[in-house]
Design a protein around this ligand. Structure first.
Ligand SMILES: CC(C)(COP(=O)(O)OP(=O)(O)OC[C@H]1O[C@@H](n2cnc3c(N)ncnc32)[C@H](O)[C@@H]1OP(=O)(O)O)[C@@H](O)C(=O)NCCC(=O)NCCS
Length: 145
């Protein structure tokens, strides 16, 4: 992902019911490379009015990589773009020394939980009322790399 991608990243974020980070937060995260791993899945812009089908934002802290955001344009979901983004990010994190991956996910977000399970994550905890608007528990998931 590069700075030029961020407007589209913010548009995908908005159509995905994610907690809003917004342009500034993504831009700050880009500056945090190489600790941050931010990837964009590109489409052929000859056929579409946009260039990005999905993105992932992760951050390495010590030997852990934290999955912050992953989202795919609604019309591209179910085509393994989310799992490919996650696999690439985990691979890069492993190459940079991460030994475990962690994330929180809304307890009601079945699509995301299925994606994470598909990539090997397992639930290892729950945080009550972790999310706002709407209030919801978070499931904690992790994967040994
Ligand atoms: C979660 C998300 C990123 C998945 O992306 P995707 O490209 O559609 O996922 P994939 O095609 O790689 O699918 C991976 C697995 O999840 C399953 N899956 C994907 N969407 C699903 C849905 N709506 N319901 C049930 N399972 C779903 C797939 O079937 C696949 O599992 P399987 O191989 O066992 O069948 C996408 O739905 C999305 O952008 N959601 C909104 C944003 C979000 O909730 N992000 C996660 C929290 S940060």
């Amino acid at each position: 992902m590069v700075e030029h991608d961020l407007l589209e990243v913010c548009a995908i974020e908005q159509m995905s019911d994610l907690s809003t980070w917004g342009w500034d937060a993504y831009h700050r995260e880009l500056q945090a490379m190489p600790e941050s791993i931010m990837l964009a899945a590109r489409v052929d812009s000859t056929f579409h009015e946009y260039q990005i089908a999905g993105f992932i934002v992760t951050r390495i802290v010590a030997d852990e990589v934290h999955i912050n955001n992953v989202a795919v344009r609604p019309e591209f979901r179910g085509q393994h773009i989310g799992s490919e983004l996650l696999r690439h990010a985990l691979h890069q994190a492993q190459q940079r020394g991460a030994t475990v991956a962690r994330l929180e996910v809304r307890a009601g977000n079945q699509a995301a939980q299925r994606l994470y399970r598909h990539c090997g994550f397992e639930v290892d905890g729950r945080r009550k009322k972790y999310y706002r608007e709407p209030t919801e528990d978070a499931l904690l998931m992790s994967l040994v790399l």
